[in-house]
Ligand binder design. Structure first.
Ligand code: UT7
Length: 338
């Protein structure tokens, strides 16, 4: 009698760990004082309303893929993983180098990850955690062993530099993580993801896609730049990150007291303060770097994770929580035992 093959679903799920992190921000620093010369704003307004003091801006010839590859190389170095070992590359971005090929394919070429399958995902600032969850599913289900996950954005390329409502908030950068099966129980315990397309227009780029293709007329009306309803975005950010964090903790069977460190999306210090208040967690447990980098979209939580990791803010066995929010609207939260 022929043996029946063992299907994936009959194999036990595997624990998936982050075995290395890396990040990259461009050299050029744009301070609030610099912005005072570009739009009608002030250091005082930006600092008190957002907590941002500076952001990094990529050079003209420095693309999302270049920043992503630099972050990836740092993560690979920390994880001691060679390019040929990577099975899959996922890049979360809303500022790809081109519509096609995917930015992940550009990264593959730059780092020499010859055997990897590559694709991008579009979930705005939530892209990194969405990609972590996709990677976790592929590894847990035995499809792949080693996945490179990247959040990278060059938001300066879709800014309206005359719109003070948006241009003071954002910066460029990339963050990366290597995920791999590791024996034992530590790893990505759970991720909760959510979306609400009804709020799509509170944070969006109307032009450049097939709805409003890039034409001279659309470009002159700046339809290919980011538009935002700031107050509504603020409200939805606090609500949805609160929901995502609470659900993720429930799924993990943990409470906020169990957490050593929280890595939130870096949009506005007042959003983080409101979240800390809702979750009744002291602000000191939140890793914050938005004062130096502003909001780097999909890169923000990944850069913050890498910084916190390298600073030793948590040790092996500690529980940490990542929580994000972005255009779509999209939101997600992961609980990880380091
Ligand atoms: O990844 C998610 C991305 N987006 C976000 O997370 C943004 C979430 N929203 C926010 O962070 C805040 O809503 C903002 C920082 C964008 C704005 O803060 P706010 O306290 O909600 O201010 P506001 O929208 O109520 O605006 C107050 C005033 C307005 O003037 P008027 O209409 O009251 O005369 C704005 O025109 O501040 C004005 N304003 C500025 N003034 C100086 C808006 N931007 C600026 C600026 N400098 N850069």
């Amino acid at each position: 009698m022929k043996k029946s093959p063992r299907t994936r679903s009959q194999q036990p799920n595997r624990t998936v760990s982050i075995i290395g992190t890396g990040s990259y921000v461009p050299e050029r620093v744009l301070t609030n004082a610099d912005l005072e010369k570009i739009v009608e704003t002030s250091d005082d307004w930006i600092t008190t309303r957002t907590g941002i003091k500076a952001r990094r801006i990529a050079a003209k010839d420095e693309f999302t893929s270049h920043m992503a590859a630099r972050a990836a190389q740092r993560a690979m170095e920390q994880a001691n993983v060679a390019p040929e070992e990577i099975d899959l590359i996922i890049v979360g971005t809303i500022t790809p180098d081109n519509f096609t090929p995917a930015t992940a394919c550009h990264v593959q070429r730059i780092i020499g990850a010859k055997k990897a399958a590559c694709f991008d995902i579009s979930a705005a600032c939530s892209g990194f955690l969405y990609a972590v969850e996709i990677a976790q599913q592929f590894i847990a289900n035995h499809t792949y062993n080693t996945v490179l996950v990247i959040g990278a954005d060059k938001l300066s390329s879709i800014m309206d530099w005359q719109d003070r409502n948006t241009c003071v908030l954002f910066g460029d950068g990339a963050g990366a993580a290597i995920l791999r099966y590791r024996a034992g129980s530590h790893g990505v315990i759970t991720t909760y993801m959510g979306s609400d397309g009804n709020y799509g227009d509170i944070l969006h780029v109307p032009g450049g896609g097939c709805a409003l293709p890039t034409t001279a007329e659309n470009a002159s009306e700046k339809l290919n730049t980011l538009k935002m309803n700031g107050r509504e975005t603020f409200k939805q950010a606090v609500l949805s990150m609160g929901v995502a964090a609470t659900r993720a903790l429930e799924q993990a069977g943990l409470t906020a007291d169990d957490l050593t460190c929280i890595i939130p999306h870096q949009a506005n210090i007042r959003i983080i303060e409101a979240l800390a208040d809702r979750m009744k967690i002291p602000l000191e447990k939140f890793h914050v770097n938005l004062d130096r980098y502003g909001n780097t979209s999909a890169a923000a939580v990944a850069i913050a994770l890498d910084e916190a990791n390298r600073e030793g803010r948590f040790q092996v066995g500690d529980y940490i929580l990542l929580v994000v929010f972005g255009g779509g609207l999209t939101y997600a939260s992961s609980v990880i035992q380091w």
